[in-house]
Design a protein around this ligand. Structure first.
Ligand SMILES: N[C@@H](CCC(=O)N[C@@H](CS)C(=O)NCC(=O)O)C(=O)O
Length: 211
């Protein structure tokens, strides 16, 4: 029996982030498909795991604990696996800064624009445009901040890279052309070359799987 179960749905960006981290750290995990369409995430059994009724949830059998919020789960897995946590406290805090940055305009702009393109959400045209511009501005900022750097923080990949990659990777599905942001593209290629990397289409199973 594995220590961890990831509860999520394959189309979910935040679930992808956690799946990516588990794969990059070589951590075995069971996967539990949560059927959002039938409302499984609002049933009592799931709310007992995550009070907010959202995926992802990482269930830890060893600690008898369920964690939610993808950025917090990455932070936790960095400690549990000893990987992607940064070399010291200062690096970790910088990585946490990036995670909070990513949870703002980048997440809203990219995930919402993607959700509209895929038909998951409908918004008035002005809102669609505002979300798209918000995401694009965040991508531009990311491109500027990555210029001349290999990784977001320090000399190697951290949870900041895993987290921000897990958002930026959906930009093409949101209708954003990343080829005009060379620093972002090169950094993404670096992420994609890491051992254990899996892309947004192949990382998460479409149904529950035991490790
Ligand atoms: N801030 C959360 C966001 C999680 C989230 O938005 N999950 C979506 C799926 S991508 C969800 O469960 N939506 C159903 C709902 O909110 O009722 C995280 O990073 O984990």
């Amino acid at each position: 029996m594995t220590r961890f179960t990831l509860h999520g749905i394959f189309a979910s960006g935040p679930t992808y982030k956690v799946g990516l981290m588990l794969n990059l750290t070589g951590t075995p995990y069971d996967y539990e498909h949560v059927d959002l369409r039938s409302g499984a995430h609002k049933a009592d059994a799931f709310l007992a795991k995550n009070r907010y009724g959202q995926v992802p949830v990482l269930e830890d059998r060893e600690k008898d604990e369920c964690l939610c919020q993808s950025s917090v789960i990455l932070d936790f897995l960095a400690d549990e696996t000893g990987k992607f946590g940064g070399k010291d406290r200062s690096t970790r805090l910088r990585a946490r800064e990036w995670q909070f940055w990513g949870a703002g305009a980048l997440t809203t702009g990219i995930y919402r624009s993607r959700a509209v393109k895929l038909g998951f959400f409908k918004f008035p045209e002005q809102v669609v445009e505002a979300n798209f511009q918000m995401g694009l501005n965040a991508v531009k900022e990311l491109n500027t901040l990555l210029d001349g750097r290999d990784w977001l923080v320090g000399a190697g990949p951290t949870i900041a890279d895993v987290d921000i990659y897990g958002i930026a990777a959906y930009a093409p599905q949101a209708g954003m052309d990343l080829s005009v942001y060379p620093a972002v593209r090169k950094w993404m290629k670096r992420m994609e070359a890491l051992p254990g990397f899996k892309d947004v289409d192949t990382c998460l199973p479409q149904k529950s799987v035991k490790a």
